[in-house]
Design a protein around this ligand. Sequence first.
Ligand SMILES: Nc1ncnc2c1ncn2[C@@H]1O[C@H](COP(=O)(O)OP(=O)(O)O)[C@@H](O)[C@H]1O
Ligand SMILES: O=c1ccn([C@@H]2O[C@H](COP(=O)(O)OP(=O)(O)O)[C@@H](O)[C@H]2O)c(=O)[nH]1
Length: 282
Amino acid sequence: MLRTIFRARVSPQTALRTVKSTQLLLPRAARFYSSNGSSQQPKSRGKLLVLMGALALGSTLFSINYQKNPPVAFVEEESDDQTQGPAFSDKDVSVIFVLGGPGAGKGTQCANLVRDFQFVHLSAGDLLRAEQNRPNSKYGELIKHYIKEGLIVPQEVTVALLKQAIQENYEKGQKRFLVDGFPRKMDQAVTFEQEIVPSKFTLFFDCPENVMLKRLLERGKTSGRSDDNVESIKKRFKTFLDTSMPVVKHFQEQGKVVTVSCDHDVNEVYDQVKVAVKDKIL
Ligand SMILES: Nc1ncnc2c1ncn2[C@@H]1O[C@H](COP(=O)(O)OP(=O)(O)O)[C@@H](O)[C@H]1O
Ligand SMILES: O=c1ccn([C@@H]2O[C@H](COP(=O)(O)OP(=O)(O)O)[C@@H](O)[C@H]2O)c(=O)[nH]1
């Protein structure tokens, strides 16, 4: 940990990334240690002394070994990812970015794809809301504020959550991911592709604002979301145009966007989605 902070001082940008990401990963790291840290109770004083000696030696050896081989989460966060390259190969792991304005129908169509094909659906918004509600999360208040204001949560938080979710699913054998509602800002797009895996392509849900507004207000009646109200929706539309559309344009310039027209009923939209996905990935 000391080493982490020392290194972080060298580069302020890495410092923020390291400290924030490490804190997100900390509960898991803590569990890792507690499950390996049990000790036995000696029955007599002689045995106690022998055991203490052995523990002292063991702890020294562990400490030396720890310096050489810190746990994976710490290694990953310490490393300079820009020189390391992505954590996964795009030959092994397929990521489709699902972008579009708020209420365009991204989540609805992702659910269809999960039902019919082998995809893991990772909604960046859902991951952020889960982190917001996680007891003792250091980011709960920050996330709450950004979501209510329709702003983009700093990428360090979202990228770390996505990376953790992809890693956990990958360890269970999952290799196809729909990353929904992300990247919403250019820095996120660059960081994700540099540090996690380059995307296969982007499914872009094109929808008129008045249609999205109607859908969001309807959803707001039951969603319980703090941002499904007129005031927040207007801010989200602005953020989408100013901040997220440049990401779509960036991928369009690379020829990596398939646009789906969303002002149709759910089944019609899904027909377009299936064609897009089958053409590119299945
Ligand atoms: N093609 C569609 N026609 C009508 N309503 C839709 C359609 N697609 C989604 N909806 C509804 O619109 C709302 C927003 O859809 P959702 O999938 O949550 O959008 P997003 O994930 O893009 O914010 C939901 O209440 C959903 O049931
Ligand atoms: O990468 C992301 C994705 C979402 N959000 C925040 O989460 C909110 C809700 O996003 P979600 O994708 O759940 O809903 P949508 O706006 O698409 O309906 C957004 O307005 C942002 O404030 C964010 O900051 N970064």
